[in-house]
Design a protein around this ligand. Structure first.
Ligand code: NAD
Ligand code: IPM
Ligand code: MN
Length: 346
């Protein structure tokens, strides 16, 4: 088949370590790949002051997909790389769906002692281009006791409807066909009203999908004590960010949580990355679990229609996890990558 034109952004900290393993697995799956690596991140920022030059952004538009490790470094003020590199990519490439499966693989230890794989099997559809992430807001009287900082949440009818429609389609494709809106309609009344009305209106087009609503605080609790409540969740950008770290924790840890920043309309490449960050506390030590990145590679293959290759990678991870159980710290980043690569190749 045609080769995948892939842009790779390893980024900072453990990003470079886990991406190397992800690429190894991708090559082993037998799919032809032409990849180009972009040195965006803290190093480039310190050397040139650049985060994401316009010319690089334009070049990135030409790829089939992007694989990203993580960005953010303690030597760079918070927000510089996160906003001007990562979020700019999500916004400019119109990644309005941030797809984050929360799935407990057999054999994996969960802090929810009793939970079985069938209890933790959901997909969080996190809105990716709006909410409090747009950067709108401001500050008055900065540095004085009278300082006022505002950070606005943007919710457009267009943006809310398109992500809700995607979530309904996703729910329809799964056996349980259940969609839960997670928000905070009891406090964020303007945004919450738009989200609930849109959900109700769109629901008329999906009579086969059951809908439900849950406030985000209660949803956080149910993730821990009744995860089986959830099948597909649709939620705001910030709630989705927070919930998916809880999701990662209940499903075996942040080292296993994969994600896709998806542009469903395919007007630009989608970008796949682990849910975790650059983990400065363990960077450079070969301690990072590359599994989340490898599962993100499976999502990337699936997005490109290479469903067999995607299933092969996911199965290799499932087999690896079943064998290792909860005892992952015994292997280095490279060893885990090698083990999964061997399964994919063999
Ligand atoms: P983090 O996800 O980097 O780390 C949180 C904790 O999880 C740390 O103890 C870390 O060691 C551990 N951890 C993370 N990934 C792991 C892995 N693969 N294997 C084993 N342990 C892992 O979150 P943080 O510490 O809040 O943020 C660090 C930096 O990363 C910040 O600059 C932040 O802005 C950035 N960040 C980037 C992304 C991204 O690029 N998508 C996501 C989250 C955070
Ligand atoms: C994530 C990260 C990012 C987010 C940050 C680094 C901008 O936490 O991918 O979950 O908040 O979306
Ligand atoms: Mn996050």
């Amino acid at each position: 088949s045609r080769s995948i034109r892939l842009a790779v952004i390893p980024g900072d900290g453990i990003g470079t370590e886990v991406v190397a393993e992800g690429l190894k697995v991708l090559e082993a799956v037998g799919q032809k790949v032409e990849s180009t690596t972009y040195d965006l991140g803290a190093k480039r920022y310190h050397a040139t002051g650049e985060t994401l030059p316009d010319a690089v952004l334009d070049e990135l538009r030409g790829y089939d997909a992007i694989l990203l490790g993580a960005v953010g470094d303690p030597s760079v003020p918070p927000g510089v790389l996160e906003r001007d590199l990562l979020l700019r990519l999500r916004f400019e490439l119109d990644h309005y769906v941030n797809l984050r499966p929360v799935k407990l693989f057999p054999g994996v230890a969960t802090p929810l002692g009793e939970a079985r794989p069938e209890d933790i099997d959901m997909v969080v559809v996190r809105e990716g281009t709006e909410g409090p992430y747009t950067g709108a807001g401001g500050v008055m009287r900065r540095g004085t006791p009278q300082e006022i900082a505002t950070q606005e949440s943007f919710n457009t009818a267009f943006g809310v409807e398109r992500v809700i429609r995607y979530a309904f389609d996703k729910a329809r494709s799964r056996p349980r066909k259940k969609l839960t809106l997670v928000h905070k309609t009891n406090v964020l009344t303007y945004a919450g009203d738009l989200w609930s009305r849109t959900l109700q209106r769109v629901a008329a087009d999906y009579p086969d999908v059951t809908t439900d609503y849950c406030h985000v605080d209660a949803a956080s609790m149910f993730f821990v004590n009744q995860p089986e409540r959830f099948d597909v969740i649709v939620t705001d950008n910030l709630f989705g960010d927070i919930l998916t770290d809880i999701g990662a924790a209940i499903a075996g840890g942040i080292g296993l949580a994969a994600s896709g920043n998806v542009n469903p309309d395919r007007t630009a490449p989608s970008m796949f990355e682990p849910v975790h960050g650059s983990a400065p506390d363990i960077a450079g030590q070969g301690k990072a679990d590359p599994t989340a990145t490898i599962l993100s590679v499976a999502m990337l293959l699936d997005h490109l229609g290479l469903t067999e290759a995607a299933a092969k990678v996911e199965q290799a991870v499932a087999d690896d996890l079943l064998e290792r159980g909860g005892n992952w710290t015994a292997r280095s980043t490279r060893e885990i990558g090698d083990d999964i690569t061997a399964r994919v190749a063999g």
